[in-house]
Design a protein around this ligand. Structure first.
Ligand code: GLN
Ligand code: ZN
Length: 764
């Protein structure tokens, strides 16, 4: 019999109950007991969903209040002293590491949080001391939750993060210099102790995640696997299924322990189906292959035919007893259930599968390969019909879009003239001073703005009333910018709910869910729009607001768009056409918008691409270069239609460009604005080293905090920047948009910023 398994289930609940409970607890509106009760209820519900669906191997310890890596930090007592010495209750200590704690005389910031591989989930980075020790927590959570499931009649396979990934994904604490991987010898005994306890509790198999195996690893990390895993086998320990996802492991297969010591290996066959044969060849003679064929990263129905073929290939070589059908990764990255969606067009809803549905898909595939297709005939037929309907739908086949794409040429991606000529014209046209000042687009999104937008969405005010309100907001921010004496104005983006959703709602080819929430970090969830078909722009999206802003302002107005890669990355993309095709469609839609803005008198246009870096393939090499090439092309296609005298800006919320500087340079944007106030000005050195010829506005202050930077601070910051950038290259602006700020600190900070710019203007 071929078993079915799930690597992890979303934690939030059908209605984001965990988010609500956590936040109520943080706000002292829910007791600890009630939070614990709610979490237990969710765990039991999620196990039941999987059990009722017929899953053979159900995960436990995939639940986390905040983040599963943070769970392991506490589990192994890798808790920096600043938290442990606060003598908080363990749950509060846990939240203190995740989100900081400022209560009852304790004031600690959170640990660093970073993106989980190339997903939009964020994990808490383990932070180690030079004299780090580890100690297993009493009542270890994996054991407690295994027993909890057992008591509810569900036999589970606990999930742990493996020791090598746990260390390799961490870092030395501030002021410490320890190389995390050197701590392996100290950590392994704790894993042994934990595994023994799991076995004693009745766990026969444990899923041990080593996702770092899909990365390019430093030799030291590679060398860590063998010694680590050799110690994790024994009669007193459960069998280990080593799980990898989000990439292929062929390049790292040799670093694995004498493979016989592992019960089996899980690989992601959605992302890298081509690794199947190489991995099978390397498996030991009794080892199990867990075949990840149901995508844990998106919302599309699995193509049963294709998935069954893949699993059959494995069965032919290994036999039914040695193959498990599984999700490609944890389902953490998918929304809870499609059942909650009442507003999706029926045609499109039939193409989707959220976590609850994916669980059933795994069961169908396992049954099909165990008992033969006849056993699940209805499901297979319905699936084939759905695949067929999607492939031939008008939504996925917009002839006009495809025709236009077939006519795109390399010259469409190039500006009319090289930068020096463009700049000469822009200078005349825009008459900007040295050290021009501007902002990144949004101004504070006040409560009033939210209220009015809500009223408008609910139909409580008319479109005309809402438009009047937005115009008034635009007038206000323009007046403020005049008072502040900024040089390039923005309209403030009051009409935008979210920088991707706003555009998605105005493009054909997108749909939106009402409950499609995915955990981003802690209690924060996002609801990505979904690209279902060929994308096109039925009508201008931002022109009305920008044009109005131009009509009432004395200074150049900057139009504000979200770039093709960011629109793509912060949505659920299609899985039936390459992402480069979707990016190009978005680019063509934006190109029309850019030209319409220009025609409306907007001669400075900013196309934000903060998501460019997170799309980078996990490993360096050809894949990465290919991505950068089509991503850069998409950006250039979106902006290159303008006149030389129109100035193109782009914005990035970070300044670590070392790994892909050539791509940033290739964007050929006239002005880049980037984050720089929280990072080191030294990062700007690469612009000097590579003789970057165009203009740059490194953020002079942090917009994530209400703190007002003094004029002197900003002057000092500009001085640091001038060590690497020429005065005629430098723009002066904040790090990012101001939408999350209050007006009070925004004005105060911008006054200081403009004064600092004026100081340098006089000096040069
Ligand atoms: N223009 C956007 C804003 O100012 C940019 C946001 C971002 O970079 N994330 O809000
Ligand atoms: Zn930003």
């Amino acid at each position: 019999m071929v078993q079915s398994s799930v690597l992890g289930f979303p934690r939030m609940g059908a209605n984001r109950e965990l988010k609500k409970a956590n936040e109520a607890y943080w706000a002292d509106k829910l007791s600890r007991d009630d939070l614990l009760k709610e979490a237990k209820r969710l765990r039991l519900e999620h196990w039941k969903i999987q059990k009722d669906a017929g899953i053979d191997v159900i995960p436990s310890n995939d639940f986390a209040f905040y983040d599963h890596i943070l769970d392991h930090i506490q589990l192994f007592n890798a808790i920096p002293e600043r938290y442990s010495q606060a003598s908080l209750d363990p749950l509060d200590e846990y939240f203190a590491m995740g989100r900081g704690h400022q209560k009852g005389g304790v004031d600690v910031p959170s640990l660093e949080m970073v993106k989980w591989f190339d997903s939009n989930y964020h994990y808490v980075k383990p932070t180690f001391q030079d004299n780090q020790t580890f100690k297993l927590a009493s009542d270890p959570k994996p054991v407690v939750q295994f027993l909890e499931a057992k008591e509810a009649g569900v036999h589970t396979r606990p999930v742990l993060v493996g020791p090598v990934s746990f260390l390799a994904l961490g870092k030395a604490d501030r002021d410490q210099s320890v190389d995390p991987i050197s701590l392996l010898d100290k950590l392994i005994p704790v894993y042994v102790e934990l595994l023994e306890k799991l076995k004693a509790a009745g766990a026969d198999t444990v899923q041990i995640d080593e996702p770092v195996l899909v990365l390019d690893l430093p030799q030291k990390v590679k060398d860590a696997f063998k010694p680590a895993y050799e110690k994790l086998v024994g009669d007193k320990l459960p069998k280990l299924l080593l799980a990898t996802y989000f990439g292929d492991i062929v390049h790292n297969f040799d670093v694995l322990p004498a493979v016989q010591s592992l019960y089996g290996i899980h690989i992601d066959l959605v992302r890298n189906p081509e690794q199947l044969n190489s991995v099978i060849e390397k498996l030991g003679s009794n080892q199990v292959l867990s075949a990840g064929v149901v995508d844990g990263r998106n919302i599309w129905k699995t193509n049963f035919k294709r998935a069954i073929e893949t699993v059959e290939t494995a069965i032919q070589k290994l036999g039914k007893e040695r193959v498990i059908v599984a999700t490609s990764s944890s389902l953490l990255h998918t929304p809870h259930s499609l059942e909650s969606e009442k507003k999706l067009p029926e045609e499109v809803k039939d193409w989707f599968s959220f976590a609850v549905q994916k669980v059933s898909e795994v069961v169908v595939i396992a049954k099909a390969v165990t008992d033969g297709p006849a056993a699940v005939r209805d499901a297979l037929e319905a699936n084939a019909k759905s695949m067929q309907a999607r492939a031939s739908s008008e939504r996925t086949n917009n002839k006009a879009v495809k025709d236009r794409q077939s006519k795109v040429t390399a010259s469409d991606m190039e500006r009319k003239s090289p930068f020096p000529e463009r700049y000469a014209q822009q200078k005349k046209h825009l008459s900007l001073p040295l050290f021009p000042t501007t902002t990144i687009g949004s101004f504070p999104q006040t409560k009033d703005i939210r209220i009015q937008r809500n009223k408008f969405t609910k139909g409580e005010i008319t479109p005309e009333e809402y438009e009047k309100f937005i115009e008034k907001e635009i007038e206000d921010v323009i007046k403020i910018q005049e008072e502040l004496d900024l040089d390039v104005f923005v309209h403030g983006e009051p009409e935008r709910n979210d920088m991707v959703q706003y555009f998605g709602e105005r493009l054909d080819g997108y749909v939106f869910t009402t409950h499609g929430w995915v955990q981003s970090y802690g209690s924060r969830c996002v609801r990505p729009p979904i690209i279902v078909g060929d994308v096109s722009r039925p009508a201008p999206m931002t022109v009305k607001e920008s044009k109005y802003a131009v009509s009432i302002s004395k200074k150049p107005m900057k139009g504000m768009l979200t770039g093709p890669i960011t629109c793509l990355r912060w949505s659920f993309p299609r899985d039936d056409v390459h992402q480069s095709v979707q990016a190009q469609q978005l680019a063509l839609a934006l190109r029309d918008e850019v030209l319409d803005l220009e025609a409306a008198g907007v001669y400075v246009i900013q196309v934000d691409e903060p998501a460019l870096r997170e799309g980078l393939p996990l490993r360096s090499g050809t894949e990465r270069e290919k991505y950068l090439s089509w991503a850069v092309d998409a950006f250039k296609l979106s902006v290159a239609g303008v006149q030389d005298s129109t100035q193109i800006h782009s914005h990035f919320c970070y300044s670590e460009f070392q790994d892909f500087f050539h791509a940033i340079a290739a964007l050929d944007a006239d002005v880049l604005s980037i984050e720089n106030s929280k990072s080191d000005a030294k990062l700007l050195k690469v612009f000097e080293d590579k003789a970057y010829p165009r203009h740059i506005g490194p953020g002079v202050y942090d917009i994530h905090s209400p703190r007002v930077p003094s004029e002197q601070e900003i002057k000092d910051r500009i001085a640091e920047m001038l060590a690497y950038l020429k005065p005629e290259q430098l723009w002066v602006n904040p790090d990012c948009g101001l939408k999350t700020r209050q007006w009070k600190e925004t004005k105060a900070a911008l006054i200081n910023m403009v004064n600092a710019a004026k100081f340098y203007r006089q000096k040069y």
